[in-house]
Design a protein around this ligand. Structure first.
Ligand SMILES: [Fe+2]
Ligand SMILES: [Fe+2]
Length: 175
């Protein structure tokens, strides 16, 4: 039998998603200070997406009649050694979240919680996209190391990370 209930594990993930949101606001602020508005906008958008992930998880706990815990706010970095560091940090973060989602998925399987497993499938797909997106952005910022304005142009030209909202996403609290 699993040690943790699925609701406890999902509450922990809600904290991770809000944490990621705050971390991305920190990255956005860094680029804003550096007058790199496209990189800043990219991370402000990602921050909203992470908040949305937390709200989707909150909705799920509400719908399944479980307790919801709203986590404390931890301070986040707003200064970095160079312009590619926030993206490297973001890629690491997305890989870590993928592992966290896989652990939740494993737990759902172990306790035969079929609705939890079904709920998580969207996040499995979402993480494939988020890791790929950060990989792309890291390639671009590393190639533009001497001149991040090239990365700015790329983000604008390709509308990187600007996809319209996903109609297959599960409902979020407050929607
Ligand atoms: Fe997320
Ligand atoms: Fe993410």
């Amino acid at each position: 039998m699993a040690e943790k209930s699925f609701a406890d594990a999902l509450n922990e993930q809600i904290a991770n998603e809000f944490g990621a949101s705050q971390q991305y606001v920190g990255a956005a602020v860094y680029y804003d200070v550096e007058t790199l508005p496209r990189l800043a906008a990219f991370f402000y958008r990602q921050a909203l997406e992470e908040r949305e992930h937390a709200m989707i998880m909150i909705r799920y706990l509400l719908d399944t009649d479980e307790e919801v815990h709203i986590p404390d706010i931890k301070s986040q970095e707003t200064s970095y050694a160079d312009g590619s560091e926030p993206v490297r940090m973001a890629l690491e973060q997305e890989k870590r979240v993928s592992d966290e989602i896989f652990s939740l998925f494993e737990l759902a399987r172990e306790i035969k919680d079929y609705r939890a497993e079904q709920f998580l499938t969207w996040f499995v797909k979402e993480q494939v996209e988020e890791v790929a997106l950060m990989n792309d952005l890291l390639n671009v910022v590393e190639r533009s190391k001497e001149n991040l304005l090239l990365a700015e142009e790329y983000i604008a030209r390709e509308s990187l990370g600007e996809g319209s909202s996903d109609p297959t996403a599960p409902p979020a609290a407050g929607d």
